[in-house]
Write a protein that binds this ligand. Structure first.
Ligand code: CTP
Ligand code: MG
Length: 238
């Protein structure tokens, strides 16, 4: 698949209500830059990635371009405004991809600690011909389905469950088709793979990374900062 271009769409258009910072979550300070810059740096440096589109809150396009300049990033082709939900923001990003893009990696700016090795695993999964590839981790908590009134409906079989992360990889045509078919159901999708599953695609798991955590609250941000600081001090283990 070496001749087939892989592009990345980084979704960074959320408001970050649960973090409750004074700016959109993606632009919150992280290390010596911002949360979104951390992901952009890894993807920009990865040889398997040809280009990047970043989806930002309306009005933040210029800020993103400045951040890309600060990083010395060379593959960021566009910063485009997002939509009302994550899935709609993904659609905005896909619309900005060039015709040359064959595969797409969709990544949340809220996960600043993705590693090049994780990107490698997702790309290897795509090379097997899957319609979708998700990094996944075993679940350690017991998970129950619960009714609105709080009554437990059932306890799920933990051994069958996985918690999935980003980046998620897809043949671009498969993800575009799945989004089109989702119609009004698009806004409710919490990840891209679920759309491809619903459209009948074959989605496979590759090993996730316990350090690739999602920053939702201030305590997540503090934990992510600690991991990033440790990686800076021990870059060979990054
Ligand atoms: N996202 C997006 N557009 C939206 C909503 C979310 O691009 N309309 C992105 C976020 O920027 C984030 C990722 O989707 O990188 C995962 O969303 P989440 O962690 O929920 O971020 P927010 O929606 O910003 O946070 P919150 O739900 O606390 O408001
Ligand atoms: Mg959200």
């Amino acid at each position: 698949m070496s001749e087939l271009e892989v592009w990345a769409v980084v979704v960074a258009a959320g408001s970050g209500d649960r973090l409750a910072a004074d700016r959109p979550k993606a632009f919150v300070r992280f290390g010596d830059a911002t949360l979104v810059a951390a992901s952009l740096a890894v993807l920009d440096e990865h040889d398997g990635v040809s280009g990047i589109v970043c989806v930002v809150p309306a009005g933040f396009e210029e800020r993103l371009s400045l951040a890309a300049d600060d990083l010395g990033a060379s593959k960021i082709a566009a910063a485009v405004p997002g939509g009302a939900s994550r899935a709609e923001s993904v659609a905005c990003g896909l619309a900005a991809l060039p015709d040359a893009a064959h595969f797409v990696l969709v990544h949340d700016a809220a996960r600043p600690l993705l590693s090049p090795a994780l990107v490698d695993r997702v790309l290897a999964g795509l090379a097997t011909g899957a319609d979708g590839v998700v990094p996944a981790l075993p679940v350690t908590d017991t998970v129950k389905r619960v009714a609105r009134d709080g009554a437990v409906v059932e306890t799920l079989v933990r051994g069958e469950l996985r918690a999935v992360q980003t980046p998620q990889g897809f043949p671009l045509a498969a993800l575009r088709d799945a989004i089109e078919r989702a119609g009004d159901g698009l806004a409710g999708a919490t990840d891209c793979a679920s759309l491809v599953e619903t459209a009948g695609g074959r989605v496979i798991c590759v090993d996730g990374d316990t350090e690739n955590l999602k920053v939702t609250s201030m305590s997540d941000l503090a934990r992510a900062e600690e991991i990033a600081a440790r990686r800076r001090a021990q870059p060979e283990r990054g």
